[in-house]
Design a protein around this ligand. Sequence first.
Ligand SMILES: Nc1ncnc2c1ncn2[C@@H]1O[C@H](COP(=O)(O)OP(=O)(O)OP(=O)(O)O)[C@@H](O)[C@H]1O
Ligand SMILES: Nc1ccn([C@@H]2O[C@H](COP(=O)(O)O)[C@@H](O)[C@H]2O)c(=O)n1
Length: 665
Amino acid sequence: MFSTVFLDLPPLVHAAGAVTLPGSKSISNRVLLLAAMSEGTTTIHDLLDSDDTRVMLIALRTLGCLVEESGTTVRITGLAGKLPNGSAKLFLGNAGTAMRPLTAALAVVAGDFELSGVPRMHERPIGDLVDALRQLGCAIDYLGNDGFPPLKLGKPALKLDAPIKVRGDVSSQFLTALLMALPLVATKDIVIEVVGELISRPYIEITLNLLARFGVQVQPDEWQRFTIPAGAKLRSPGDIHVEADASSASYFIALGAISTAADGQNGIKVQGVGADSIQGDIRFMEAAQAMGAKIDSGPNWLHIQRGAWPLKAIDLDCNHIPDAAMTLAVMALYADGTTTLRNIASWRVKETDRIAAMATELRKLGASVVEGADFIQVTPPASLQGWKPASIHTYDDHRVAMCFSLAAFNPARVQLRIEDPKCVAKTFPDYFETLFSVASSATSSIPVICVDGPTASGKGTLAAVLAEKLGYHFLDSGSLYRITGLAATRAGIPLDIANEAAIVALLNTLPIHFEGSHIWLGNEDVSELIRTEEAGMNASKVSAFPAVRSALIDLQRNFRQLPGLVADGRDMGTVIFPEAALKVYLTASAACRAERRLKQLISKGIPATLDSLRADLEARDARDSSRTVAPLKPAQDALLLDNSELTVDTSVQTVLDWWQSKQPF
Ligand SMILES: Nc1ncnc2c1ncn2[C@@H]1O[C@H](COP(=O)(O)OP(=O)(O)OP(=O)(O)O)[C@@H](O)[C@H]1O
Ligand SMILES: Nc1ccn([C@@H]2O[C@H](COP(=O)(O)O)[C@@H](O)[C@H]2O)c(=O)n1
């Protein structure tokens, strides 16, 4: 997951390949609660691992439920409606799929509970559900504003005779919550009547489908009246598989529709969900097809290719696909006219006011947008010049972040910044990694920051922090020379120019791979071994051999991957990435560098003296600067930074400011 303050997306050009999507949030949280309330043990496969499922799992454990996790498989031993912990305080983040159903389930059983969430959750209405539960005799108090969480639940005095009326026109989650909770107390038939038009009916279909899997058959009567039969009991189905999330699939369906494939590849394959999905958002497919996407599907897969181009503008009632419809609003940027999405009033009470958010952010990109109480109308920029680089505010709303990433395919190749990219953790923590696994940019548009300079000037430290803050890859090019020196020494090859060919032959066989900050040579983690002063000196020797340097060029350039790269070394800016957008030449006085290196070695328990360290590093710098190929020197367009008197933080901030000054935002 990208936990950076923002994530800059270079212009994306192609997309092709297969993606496996995380489990559906709607199914995951429903199944977790149903399993916890039923008799028997349920093994849930392919459960979504995200913020919203995590708060549900914590809540279930707090309530005394036995939860055993192993990757995406979770075993729940159901409580059959009897809670060992009769009082609990539950924090439910911003998870509507946890807050609403848990409110109903805990309100109908005896106990004292407090349910709260993040500030936005306390602005999301729950009054209609509370009103319905109060008709049943549930004791519920508002702890903040009337009609909104946080809530206090007490012991109910249940009255099951009259039909329970619940509004269906604000959120279908209220009806879902009642449908899942009432089997716990169905000593007689319980009737729920929906007041107003039921929105998001597909979500109710998921609820009924899953209730049936847990042994409770609820028949809808014209989708206005639902009867939970007397004696209904939730029983574990044993094993249950969670489909991939159809709302998450919408981004990749859109990706297939708007992107062309690179040579020899063929569209986007989405694995884990097919056209026969029980999730309502699968009908996003139809909307994407109406806009021009070519889609094939089979059991558990979809294959999407670009069809009509530009996409065709549509006018669509989106009541049946409220979440996925946000993706249509971004697809509209690539359409041949004005797209109108109607019947989306529920957007106003989601993670944020999504109609307002989408309108504001689409306008930043240059689109013309008209918004109303329950619709949005999007007209793309009239020409290439109409597109504007934009920093997209994401409102702590995962769907805003995910759907706007698709704007990186804009034909004007303007840059895009996604603020707070980690908000995708709500449903799809690895969204951007998944996007980058199938999307590609022209290599020349993938940004590179080079940090070159003499030994122990702090290049590695600075470059690693920059990479972390920008969410970029990190290349420690010195480690490649260090490994080469190590391998040659181990092979008994003296490090002199006469053995250059032998060293290169050996280098070409080395199974080097990087895993985070660890460097592996085959099965051996050599990260620490190559950090000694001796290894540094040996690296300096082999790095002077022209054929060794040539043999390492492609390996280093291959680090230039989406979304960007920070590279540290001696010739990053002069030879390996001469067209890098920012080149920093980092120096510090020799005395200062020797002192830093001494501290560094002593902290690792490696004995050293200041004088010998200074002599060594000066010798290394002299060799590195005087060699004939790629000598250590600042690139002509490098910015010099002497950090002798600077802290690491100040150096990092200085370079981040330089980087920011080059951005169009
Ligand atoms: N601005 C700074 N102020 C104080 N100490 C620093 C600063 N930058 C780096 N250091 C410290 O100096 C030491 C050497 O830094 P680092 O290993 O990053 O240097 P380097 O240039 O990558 O070295 P090498 O060329 O050997 O790979 C580390 O202990 C690091 O924490
Ligand atoms: N781009 C580079 C990087 C390193 N070297 C040589 O390797 C030695 C070790 O590098 P560290 O950054 O890990 O200390 C260094 O002294 C150089 O001789 C290089 O040539 N080019």
